[in-house]
Ligand binder design. Structure first.
Ligand SMILES: *Cc1c(COP(=O)(O)O)cnc(C)c1O
Length: 477
């Protein structure tokens, strides 16, 4: 059993162990990861660290005590509101990240509905199937029923169906600009018109696009209107810690006016600890990410962000045209920015088998399901590795083509099964067991040094054997 060392260790010694622990971490510095880490330049990273460190100890829990942090937050919110074409009435808060920026609107609109005696005992929210999973979490946490709307062939939400699902219990509509899985923008203006007509709040999840699409528009790309210019949009989330190139732990949530935001505030006047008021989810709020967000926005400026968008779009064009040119692969839908997914056009090519080979070659790639695909979020760090990525991908596809057996072996087979087995309850149960192990006293990692591979293998094997047992019990062999 691990306990606090009875005697403190020297700093150098500790830092050395910490560096050693990193050995098997994903290699994000050389553009090998295609999610999770957003690097601009080493200089920008160093600057962010300095800004973060300056406010390392400060706590935004009490804005009266640290007026600096209150000022950063206020200015970050104002700059974001302006960027998203909001007027002077737009208000908001900074949050700890995209998830908090998705949780809070659900709470806020639920409270707003309650205050107007709307929504009934089980209020509903409507969202495309591709909406970020943080919204599912929000629905579950706050007891709101999620109504999932299917997609059209282009991976945007089917608005006709969405429209039909609106009823007296609907308290919120959500759509993405763009969606996390495929990087496509839902028809925001069209949904906005419906929201106005039916008088229902409409949140645009622009966690990815909020700090990217406006810069694309500035440099001449044709971007559909997704922000406050669209009348029905009542709130927007945008992550500074993604394409805003701030430090992790920073997102912005803005509402059209205080009439909405006020329902997000938590006030408890009777606590023996004092009258308590909190604008968002957290109590203690670290100062570092707030300070670094402000610093990043000021350091980059519109020109820096536009340059960043240009670089990323050049790399993205190279990657997407390169991928479409590979016989047997195609980009899914029409991605709007530097986020996209691709799948196989040939039943002989398992995209998961391609993913395995890419992993073997040191690329950290995420798998998608329904439909199967591989995912990429492009950052400036990928400019120098795009050619290598395409080369490896072309060879991976060749290898899978000439060894069709690869798709039914190892991780690919198991990822495939996990994605396709109809027993979703079984998958949920198995994942829960894995988590119980990971967070159990042993803290067992379900994955080896190579990341997800053995995770798939172990989960897949267990599910497979359970299905076999079930099959033999029910006699259908
Ligand atoms: C990343 C993301 C989120 C969740 O943000 P976290 O910062 O990971 O909590 C929500 N919505 C979209 C569209 C995202 O891309």
């Amino acid at each position: 059993m691990i306990s606090i060392p009875s005697k403190g260790r020297p700093h150098d010694d500790i830092l050395e162990s910490m560096q050693l622990f990193r050995e098997n971490d994903a290699d994000h510095k050389n553009g090998r990861t295609w999610s999770l880490v957003y690097h601009l330049t080493p200089e920008h990273d160093a600057f962010l660290k300095t800004a973060h460190q300056l406010f390392f100890s400060e706590n935004a829990l009490n804005p009266m005590a640290f007026k600096s942090l209150k000022r950063f937050e206020h200015e970050v919110v104002r700059m974001t509101a302006r960027l998203l074409n909001g007027d002077e009435k737009v208000v908001g808060t900074m949050t700890s990240g995209g998830t908090e920026s998705c949780l809070l609107p659900v709470l806020c609109y639920r409270e707003r509905a309650r205050s107007r005696k709307l929504g009934g005992s089980l209020p509903e929210m409507i969202a495309p199937k591709t909406i970020h999973v943080a919204w599912e979490k929000a629905a579950r946490y706050f007891n709101v029923k999620m109504i999932r709307i299917p997609l059209k062939d282009d991976f945007t939400v089917n608005v006709d169906i969405l429209k039909k699902k609106i009823n007296r219990r609907t308290i919120l509509i959500v759509a993405s600009a763009p969606s996390y899985p495929h990087g496509v923008i839902d028809p925001i203006e069209e949904i906005g018109r419906i929201a106005v007509e039916r008088n229902i709040p409409f949140h645009v999840d622009a966690c990815l696009g909020g700090f990217f699409l406006p810069f694309m528009e500035k440099i001449g790309y044709r971007i559909p209107i997704f922000d406050f210019r669209c009348k029905g949009v009542t709130s927007i989330s945008a992550d500074v810690h993604k394409y805003g190139f701030g430090a992790k732990g920073a997102s912005v949530l803005v509402y059209r006016d205080m009439e909405y935001l006020k329902h997000q505030f938590f006030i408890h006047p009777d606590w023996p600890g004092g009258v308590f008021a909190s604008p968002a989810l957290l109590g203690t709020r670290p100062g570092g990410p707030i300070a670094a967000a402000w610093a990043a926005m000021n350091a980059l400026g519109m020109n820096g962000y536009c340059e960043m968008a240009e670089t990323i779009m050049e790399t993205t064009r190279k990657l997407t045209t390169g991928i479409n040119a590979i016989d047997g692969l195609k980009i899914l839908g029409k991605p709007a920015m530097g986020v996209f997914a691709y799948g196989s056009t040939d039943s002989g090519i398992s995209i998961f088998a391609v993913g395995d080979i890419m992993e073997d070659r040191g690329w950290h790639v995420d798998r998608l399901q329904r439909p199967d695909g591989l995912h990429a979020m492009v950052t400036p760090a990928h400019k120098s590795v795009a050619d290598q990525y395409l080369l490896d991908l072309r060879q991976a596809v060749e290898m899978v083509k000439s060894n069709p057996g690869l798709s039914s072996r190892g991780n690919a087979a198991l990822y495939g099964m996990i994605a396709h087995v109809p027993f979703r309850g079984l998958i949920k149960k198995e994942v829960k067991k894995m988590m119980e192990k990971m967070y159990g006293p042993e803290g067992e990692m379900p994955m080896g040094p190579k990341g997800k591979e053995s995770f798939a293998v172990r989960m897949g094997t267990r599910i497979f054997s359970r299905i076999l047992r079930w099959a033999s019990r029910t006699g259908c062999r």
